[in-house]
Design a protein around this ligand. Sequence first.
Ligand SMILES: [Zn+2]
Length: 151
Amino acid sequence: MTTKEPEIDCPRCLGKGFVNDADIKRLGRQLEWTSGLCGYCVGIGTVNAYMLKNKEVNDLYLTSDLPLVEREKYLSNDQEALDRAAIQEVNAKLMIGFIQNYYLNEKKSVDEIVEILIQDYGADANKISQIKTSVTNIIKHTNPDVDGIQF
Ligand SMILES: [Zn+2]
């Protein structure tokens, strides 16, 4: 990656270094993301022109959770990393569909859905609070009628 490219305010977080609900809404990732450290600029607030050409600003794989080694592979368009990103995107869509179905059709609560994900789908029980946050976020953005509900 070149260092000669000019630095530009990060278009994901608008230079703040973290994404808030407004950023997430602007980027159309309400189902996938919650507020936190910006995964596009990793909190720096600026990116270079190469980055903008290389990866979409709302790229699903570029989150702050992505390990640095994998991030570097992905940014250099390593084929295996690109494949892993594609698989993760499919898995994320499937998981959102599962959660929406359990909530809307089977009337399961957040806690029940978290339990199902751990028991039946092998979700990591050590990450229960993150899983709960994700499930809550998906439900919150699934049905506009429940926007006013406090979770
Ligand atoms: Zn950023």
